[in-house]
Design a protein around this ligand. Structure first.
Ligand code: UDX
Length: 440
C-alpha cells in the first residue's frame, strides 16, 4: 500500500517513520523544499528522541521517502494523511484551517478513485465534512472517503506513544476505509491496543475533549498549589492523595508553570470557539485558558518579588517541557521578557531550544551549561524538567553562587536536599526553605 503524509512536522514525521515498512511505503510531503532537502540528506528539522535513527532506518530500507511534489505524489497514493498545522487564528481564537483547506484543494485536483483521505491534524468538528465537499465539488464521479484519525502523541515520547497508543480513534462508516485503517494499524492491533471506530464528528471532538480534560487537570492542580502555599499544605501530598482515587488517577497532576506547547493552548481556545458557534458554551474551559495565562503573569511577579534585591537571574529550561526543542507557548516566552523589562540581567540554559530567532530572548544571554549560568546569577529560576537540571550538583551551585536563591517551578528537588545547603529554595505548593539563616 502507498501512503503519503502532507506536513512533515512533529506529527507527520513521526507518523510517517512509524508507518513505513516493507509492505507500506510512505512519502512524507511538505511545501517547504528546504526542509525536504534536509530530510533527504538525513537532517531532521526537529528534536524528537529516537526520530533521527528511525527515519534513517526507514530511508535505508526504501520504505520512506520525502517529496515536495504534492500533486504528483497524490496521483500515485492510495491513502493521504493530512498532518499540517491548525494554529490559533489571531483574529478570533478559532483554529486556522487555511493549511488544511489548501491540502484539500491540492488533493481535489489530483485524487484518484478509491483514495482515502485521513485527517491526522486536530480540526474542529465538521471539518472532515467540509474536506469531503471540497473534493466532491471537483470530483463528483469518483469514489473516495474522508476519515478522521486524530493523534495523541506527546512531544518527547511521540514514537513510544505511536507504537503503544492508549487508543486509536477512527472516524468513518465506510467498510473499505475500516479495513484499510485496520491494515495500516495492524501492528498496534496485533499488540491489543484498543481501536475505536466512531463517526467523523465524534472522532474530531474526542481529540479536543481529551486535550481539554488534560489541560483542566493541570490548571486544577496549579491552583490547588497556590492554596497550599497559603495554608502550609504540600501539593505533592495532595496529588498523591487524590490520585489514588481510581476515578481520578495519578497522572497529569504535577504542579508546574502552566501548560504550553502547540496543542493544549490552541485546542482549548478552538473548543471554546466551537462551543460559541454551536451555542454550547464551554465555560469551564474558558476559566482554564484564563487561569493558565494569569499563572504566567503571577510567576513573573513572584520571581520579581523573591529576587527584588538581586540583579542577575539565570533561567534553567525555556522549552515548554523537557525532551523537546519546542518553545511554542512556553511560559518562558512571557516570563523572560517580564524580568528583562524589570531591569534584571537574564542568562539562559536549555539543552535543546534553538538560540536563533526567539525575539523574546534577544536581550538575554545564552550559556552552554548550568554552572556557567550559575556563575553569572544570584537567583536561578527552573522552568523545565530537563534531566540535566534534575541531576545538577546543588552543592556546586551553592559554592559557585553567593547566598543563592533557587525558584523551582517544577518541584524537581526534595525539600530535604536544602536543609544543609546555603541555598534559599522556593518551589510550588510547598514550604520555602530559607537555609541562609540556618548555616552556621
Ligand atoms: C499533549 C497531549 O498530551 C497529547 O496527547 C496531544 O497529542 C498533544 O498535546 P504535549 O503537548 O506534547 O502533548 O505535552 P504533554 O506532556 O501533554 O504536556 C502538555 C503541557 O502540560 C506541558 O506544558 C507540560 O509541562 C504540562 N504538564 C503536563 C504539567 O504542567 N503537569 C503535568 O502533570 C503534565
Amino acid at each position: 500500500m502507498k501512503l503519503s503524509i502532507i506536513g512533515s512536522g512533529y506529527v507527520g514525521l513521526v507518523t510517517g517513520a512509524c508507518l513505513a515498512n516493507v509492505d507500506q511505503h510512505v512519502t512524507c510531503l511538505d511545501i517547504d523544499e528546504k526542509k525536504i532537502n534536509k530530510l533527504r540528506n538525513g537532517i531532521i528539522p526537529i528534536y524528537e528522541p529516537g526520530l533521527e535513527g528511525l527515519i534513517k532506518e526507514k530511508v535505508a530500507s526504501s520504505s520512506l521517502t520525502f517529496s515536495s511534489n504534492i500533486s504528483e505524489t497524490v496521483k500515485n497514493t492510495d491513502v493521504i494523511f493530512i498532518a499540517v498545522g491548525t494554529p490559533t487564528n489571531k483574529e478570533n481564537d478559532s483554529a486556522d484551517l487555511s493549511q488544511v483547506y489548501s491540502c484539500a484543494e491540492e488533493i481535489a485536483k489530483n485524487i484518484k478513485n478509491n483514495t482515502i483521505v485521513i485527517l491526522k491534524s486536530t480540526v474542529p468538528v465538521g471539518t472532515c465534512d467540509k474536506i469531503e465537499e471540497i473534493i466532491n465539488l471537483s470530483n463528483p464521479s469518483i469514489n473516495f472517503d474522508v476519515v478522521s484519525n486524530p493523534e495523541f502523541l506527546r512531544e518527547g515520547s511521540a514514537i513510544f506513544d505511536f507504537e503503544n497508543p492508549d487508543r486509536i480513534i477512527i472516524g468513518t462508516k465506510e467498510k473499505n476505509s475500516i479495513s484499510t485503517l485496520n491494515s495500516i494499524y495492524k501492528k498496534q492491533i496485533k499488540n491489543n491496543f484498543p481501536v475505536i471506530f466512531t463517526t467523523r464528528r465524534s472522532s474530531e471532538l474526542i481529540k479536543y475533549a481529551s486535550n481539554s480534560m488534560l489541560a483542566m487537570r493541570i490548571i486544577f492542580i496549579n491552583e490547588i498549589a497556590d492554596l497550599c502555599e497559603k495554608v502550609g499544605a504540600n501539593v505533592e501530598d495532595i496529588s498523591l492523595g487524590i490520585g489514588l482515587d481510581k476515578r481520578i488517577g495519578p497522572d497529569f497532576l504535577n504542579a508546574g508553570p502552566g501548560f504550553g506547547g502547540s496543542c493544549f493552548p490552541k485546542d482549548a481556545r478552538a473548543l471554546v470557539e466551537s462551543g460559541k458557534s454551536y451555542n454550547a458554551p464551554q465555560n469551564l474551559l474558558k476559566a482554564v485558558i484564563d487561569g493558565n495565562e494569569k499563572r504566567k503573569e503571577n510567576l513573573s511577579k513572584r520571581i520579581i518579588e523573591v529576587a527584588k534585591n538581586r540583579k542577575n537571574i539565570g533561567v534553567l529550561g525555556v522549552t515548554y517541557k523537557a525532551n523537546t526543542d519546542d518553545i511554542r507557548e512556553a511560559p518562558s516566552l512571557s516570563i523572560i521578557p517580564d524580568l528583562i523589562n524589570k531591569g534584571f540581567n537574564v542568562s539562559i540554559y536549555d539543552p535543546q531550544a534553538s538560540r536563533d530567532g526567539i525575539k523574546e530572548f534577544e536581550e538575554a544571554n545564552w550559556e552552554s551549561d548550568i554552572y556557567s549560568v550559575a556563575k553569572k546569577s544570584d537567583c536561578l529560576v527552573i522552568l523545565t524538567e530537563w534531566s540535566e537540571i534534575i541531576s545538577m550538583d546543588l552543592k556546586k551551585i551553592s559554592d559557585i553562587m553567593t547566598q543563592p536563591i533557587i525558584i523551582d517551578f517544577r518541584n524537581l528537588f526534595s525539600l530535604d536536599s536544602f536543609k544543609k545547603l546555603n541555598i534559599e529554595y522556593h518551589s510550588i505548593g510547598r514550604e520555602t526553605i530559607n537555609s541562609h539563616k540556618e548555616v552556621e
